[in-house]
Write a protein that binds this ligand. Structure first.
Ligand code: PGA
Length: 253
């Protein structure tokens, strides 16, 4: 048995005003009693992070930003730095989500810089990677994932890499209702853990949490989380309502 405690993380994307954020956190808190099986995290939009930090007080809910700029400060209109995210009370930040890679042109090199910036600001990166349907069908899944992992963590020390949470999110499963089968998820998670062991150390590989993301719902969470190398979930759509998010958090019931 691994000592990795599952993490259930909600990625709210571009949803929720401040009031909606407070309501959703109140709903999640109310249903968390007795939850010991998993760590819980939510990633509201930047505009609601400070309010969320007030609302999670008295609970174990962790907070994350959804992105950050790679520079600590400067003339970058519209951008938000790691320090600013840390300042809200958030402890984590999502990096390299496929929507950022697809719609905002984020490359492995940029993901590498952002991951460094997160660590420098004292934030724990949730480092996302995943193949597209086209890449999977062309038999290139492992080649793409290796490129993303090696490129994103290029020249990281073992001590730095040890702080990172990985999230495998096959692009074809995000927001589509299509989930990877348990075998597909386990195969990739095993591959990523093995690769982490080769790039860094075996010990780091066995300690690193690797989350699965892509249409995780209350009715498939338990099966996915039963895979030996799946250490939690990064949840989009189903994290926007307290009931469905709690249904995933309580996957063990
Ligand atoms: P989904 O999104 O759960 O709506 O598929 C997952 C994600 O993008 O993190």
């Amino acid at each position: 048995m691994s000592g990795r405690k599952p993490l259930i993380a909600g990625n709210w994307k571009m949803h929720k005003t401040i009031k909606e954020t407070l309501d959703l956190i109140t709903g999640i808190k109310a249903g968390l009693q007795g939850n010991e099986a998993a760590d819980v995290l939510v990633a509201p939009p930047f505009t609601a992070l400070s309010a969320a930090a007030g609302a999670v007080q008295g609970s174990n809910i962790l907070l994350a930003g959804q992105n950050l700029h790679q520079e600590p400060s400067g003339a970058y209109t519209g951008e938000v730095s790691g320090q600013m995210i840390r300042d809200t009370g958030a402890t984590h930040v999502i990096i390299g989500h496929s929507e950022r890679r697809q719609y905002f042109g984020e490359t492995d090199g940029l993901v590498n810089l952002k991951t460094r910036a997160a660590l420098a600001a004292g934030l724990i990166p949730i480092f996302c990677l995943g193949e597209t349907l086209e890449e999977r069908e062309a038999g290139r899944t492992f080649e793409v994932l290796a490129r993303q992992l090696e490129g994103g963590l290029k020249e990281f020390s073992t001590a730095e890499a040890a702080k990172i949470i990985i999230a495998y999110e096959p692009v074809w499963a995000i927001g589509t209702g299509k989930t990877a089968t348990n075998d597909q998820a386990q195969e990739v998670h095993y591959f990523l853990r093995d690769l982490l062991g080769k790039i860094f150390e075996k010990r780091l590989a066995s300690d690193t949490r690797i989350l699965y993301g892509g249409s995780v719902k209350p009715d498939n969470a338990a099966d996915l989380l039963a895979c030996p190398d799946v250490d939690g979930a990064l949840v989009g759509g189903a994290s926007l309502k307290a009931d469905s998010f709690l249904g995933i958090i309580h996957f063990d019931r």
